[in-house]
Structures are given as C-alpha cells and as structure tokens.
Design a protein around this ligand. Structure first.
Ligand SMILES: NC(=O)CCC(=O)C(=O)O
Length: 317
C-alpha cells in the first residue's frame, strides 16, 4: 500500500515553471595562446550571434574560452573572479567591470550591451584567498551583473592508452557544489564538460525544478565520438529536461576539441547542432515540451522512493 506522500506523487506530474526562450551556443574557433585575442574573438562572435532576426535570450560560450585547454596554461591564464561560490547577492556590473578580470569585464559588458543572459563558458580562476585554481563558469543577467559561478566539480583526469591522457588535477582543484541559476526564463542547472558524465548533478537540478542543464565543454576526438552525444541525450531523457552543451570548434593543433555543440530536448532528440567548424547553434527551450513529455510519460510522478530510499527524492521548489 502506497503511503499518502507516494499517493500524492502518483497523481502529480512535476510541471516546470518558466517561459520558453531562445538559446545560442557559440562554437568558437581560433582559441590560441594570445589571451587578449581570445577575449576579443569571443566578444565579436557574440555580437555577430545577436545579428539575427530573432536574437536569442541566452548566449553560451565554450569551456576555457580565453586560454588554450591544457594544465600548464591554467596558472598563467587564471583570473580572480569577483564572486564567491555561495554568494547570494549579485556582483553589480560596475564592480564586475572594475575588478581587474579582463574576461569578466568583457562578459559583463556584453550581457549589458545586448541586454541578454550570458553563461560565459569557463575560464581558469585563481581564488583570491587560497590561491587555488579552478575551472569556472560565470553567469550574467541582462544588466551585466555577475549572478552566479560554477566551479567544475569533477576534474577531467583520464588515461586512455593510445587515446588521451589528461590530468586537470595537476593544477586545478574541483568545486564543492551543484549550481542552480534562477533567471527570468526559469531555473537552469550548470555543469562543465566532464561534469556531464555524472548523472547525479542533472538529476538534482531537475528535481529542484531546472528546465535545462547547460554545459560549456571541450570533449576531444578520442572521447567525443563515443560519449559526447549519448551522455547529453541520457541526461535529457532521464530527467525530461533540455540539455545544451557548447564546445570550441576543432582546432588545427593543440588539444583536439571535438566540436559538435548541440541542444537536446526532453525526449532525447537532438534539435540543433554544429559539426567540427566554428558555428553558432540556435534553439528554442520550450517549457511546454517538458510538461508535455512529463504528462505523456509521467516518470517524475512514478518514482518508487520507497524501494530506493537511499536516493533522495529532491524537491520541486
Ligand atoms: N574538458 C573536459 O572535461 C573533457 C571531458 C571529456 O572529454 C570526457 O571524455 O569526459
């Protein structure tokens, strides 16, 4: 016999609150060793992405957009970000642009100039008080205020003989929390690249009402083909949410970023995507698709937490 709370859950399909919005993933090319050039290039590509008939409400950049992706580069390219994880008040635009981080300065100005929401990919971050380095995504509202950061939680430490060996932990420290961002459009979950492999983050975000998981990323030509798309579709289907992941384009040399930025809907269908070359990917995150998917296949209301009590039930708030 189901308990009263299970009975209630059986009849309540979890509806997501929010409004539909357009997203653009900027698959940047030419990320090189000249940091100022990387920052200028990102700004130019974002300006271009806004020159369409129906400009997007949210822009997303790739992982490590201001620096080559490599452990030896992180200490040199790291910037101190004027926002601490867990901070509840935004860092206002004026403070963000005067804090001495050229990347934050550019991102904050871009969000404000275009009056858009912006997930500024990620950059190597140096914590001002501990000196530790992180791989960190920053988020801006339409006034250019810095409203959230996500420090990559799971560091990319892998060793595939004959494929790729990478050890972010040689120079980086992992973050310590799942990041949810409340926007005008609704709640978003945020992860960075390797975080995509850990279903718990997306599950927690979805149970707490996120309508999409957004991942700045940089898979590579070894792990990209077998894993990049299927991981995104799995996160989307398991949680009946949208998933968007933004990569750099495939470079001629250096870390072989995979490309293939894409947006997946709550049924697991890839609704927009790029190939290897630089490109901006546009898609609509439609709340009603989430609600329709959940009504048709009501797994959000059918979970049997009585049978797996060690898995937290989460909350829709
Ligand atoms: N930048 C990253 O975290 C890469 C993750 C990756 O390639 C993977 O296979 O996972």
């Amino acid at each position: 016999m189901a308990s009263p709370s299970q009975q209630r859950a059986l009849h309540t399909v979890q509806r997501v609150q929010g409004s539909s919005f357009d997203i653009a993933l900027i698959q940047l090319g030419d990320i090189g060793t000249d940091k100022a050039k990387n920052i200028d290039n990102a700004r130019r590509k974002m300006d271009e992405a806004m020159q369409v008939k129906q400009p997007p409400h949210l822009l997303v950049l790739p992982e490590c957009f201001n620096s080559p992706y490599g452990v030896d580069f992180f200490p040199e390219y790291a910037e101190t970000i004027p926002f601490r994880p867990g901070q509840t008040q935004p860092t206002l635009h004026e403070k963000a642009v005067s804090a001495g981080s050229p990347s934050v300065d550019m991102l904050s100005r871009t969000a404000r100039d275009h009056k858009i929401w912006l997930i500024g990919g990620s950059i190597p971050e140096r914590d001002a008080s501990t000196g530790k380095l992180y791989n960190t995504a920053t988020v801006y509202n339409t006034a250019g205020d810095l409203i959230a950061v996500h420090r990559k939680l799971h560091l990319f430490d892998i060793d595939i003989p004959g494929g790729i060996t990478f050890k972010e932990s040689q120079t980086l420290t992992g973050g310590d929390r799942v990041t949810l961002v409340d926007t005008d459009m609704g709640r978003l979950g945020l992860g960075i690249c390797y975080d995509l492999r850990f279903p718990e983050m997306a599950m927690i975000a979805a149970r707490k009402g996120a309508m999409a998981m957004i991942y700045p990323g940089a898979f590579n030509t070894t792990t990209g083909p077998p894993y990049w798309e299927i991981l995104q579709r799995a996160r989307a289907v398991d949680n009946q949410i949208f998933v968007a992941a933004c990569s750099p384009a495939r470079p001629e040399s250096g870390y072989p970023a995979y490309g293939f930025s894409m947006v997946t809907d709550p049924t697991g269908k890839v609704i927009a995507g790029a190939k290897e070359a630089p490109e901006t990917v546009y898609a609509c995150i439609d709340v009603e698709t989430i609600n329709k998917t959940r009504q048709g296949v009501p797994i959000t209301a059918q979970r049997r937490f009585d049978a797996y009590p060690d898995v937290a039930s989460g909350t829709s708030s």
